[in-house]
Write a new protein. Structure first.
Length: 340
């Protein structure tokens, strides 16, 4: 048997070797994790910086590019949307902002169940109030004045394509903090008559500039309708069928929307509806658009499409609102656009 001193030396050497091996494994794992959090080669440059909702000529969005800032609210110059983006510390599943007011819908996995909530944000992206959500985030909007915020969640099912789904749409007065938990409490007028049904769902609110009028989708009897609503009268009135996820133009004259082009299939085309004539114009985008579009200005509509070759991921595209032209890539790795 070796002397005690030799045995101690062997033991110490073995411990040091094991410690070195363990440290090497930890560093290797950390390096792999760090590489996984880096943008893809040739991907967008994402940096951190101060992002506020009163910055002019900026386009905000949820960053979908790979890296540590994935799902963070970010911004680019409106005139250079393909340039480097500045990311905030705020992470959202859906986001929208107007007039210095923002709304962020978050979905956080939990031990027993998923936690969903809506954050009402001030101009510095600080949380003013938090509201629990009844389901998974789907749509978010803020009125042009910033007074009202709306959000839609899936209470059951994961999308409009599910065999069975139920949505809940809420509207918040950001001045009084009065929350309307569900638009289903509003009175419905369909074809000039009061309408009641047990299968009513609303989604995709968009606000006019008068802080009273809004538009949304009503689903009932396996049909979808564009409805015009009044917040003060708590009523909605149907206008036209086969309209989903409406988005009102800045001048208030038109609505961009997705139209189901094949009954029973999850295929939608993007259209623009003239509210004075109810004339529909098909836009140049030929892919199926499952999104609530955003008007960048009175001539251009932006929307998200899945990134090619990726199971999860989206890019923002834009197209002329008059049906001419061709779609162009606006921001790679992005969703939920909101022009400031």
């Amino acid at each position: 048997m070796p002397p005690l001193r030799h045995r101690l030396l062997i033991l110490v050497t073995a411990v040091l070797l094991l410690a070195g091996l363990g440290t090497g494994m930890v560093l290797h794992a950390a390096a792999r994790a760090d590489r996984a959090n880096q943008p893809r080669s040739g991907g967008p440059a994402v940096g951190t910086g101060r992002l506020t909702l009163d910055q002019k000529d900026r386009l905000t969005f949820v960053n979908a590019a790979a890296g540590p800032h994935r799902t963070a609210v970010a911004a680019v110059p409106a005139g250079d949307p393909g340039g480097g983006r500045i990311a905030s510390n705020l992470k959202c599943a859906r986001f929208y902002a107007a007039a210095g007011t923002g709304v962020c819908l978050q979905s956080n996995p939990g031990v027993l169940k998923q936690s969903n909530r809506a954050l009402l944000l001030d101009v510095d992206l600080r949380t003013r109030r938090t509201f629990p959500l009844a389901g998974a985030p789907s749509r978010a909007r803020v009125s042009p004045s910033g007074r009202f915020a709306a959000w839609t969640v899936f209470v059951s099912g994961e999308s409009y394509a599910s065999a069975y789904f139920s949505t809940r749409t809420s509207i918040l007065d950001t001045r009084t903090m009065r929350l309307t938990p569900s638009l289903e409490t509003f009175s419905i007028v369909r074809d000039g008559k009061a309408y009641h049904a047990s299968d009513i769902n609303f989604w995709g609110v968009t606000f006019a500039s008068d802080d009273d009028t809004f538009y949304a989708t009503l689903n009932t009897g396996n049909r979808t309708y564009l409805v015009r609503g009044s917040l003060s009268r708590r009523t909605v009135t149907t206008l036209i069928q086969n309209v989903e996820c409406p988005s009102l133009s800045p001048d208030g004259t038109r609505v961009a929307f997705k139209k189901r082009v094949l009954a029973g299939a999850t295929l939608w085309r993007e259209y623009v509806l003239d509210l004075s004539t109810l004339h529909e114009t098909a836009l140049a985008e030929r892919h199926s658009v499952d999104d609530q579009a955003t008007w960048l200005d009175n001539k251009t509509v932006a929307y998200a499409l899945p990134t090619e070759g990726k199971v999860a991921g989206s890019d923002l595209w834009s197209v002329p609102a008059d049906g001419t032209g061709t779609p162009r890539l606006l921001i790679a790795g992005a969703s939920s656009p909101a022009p400031l």
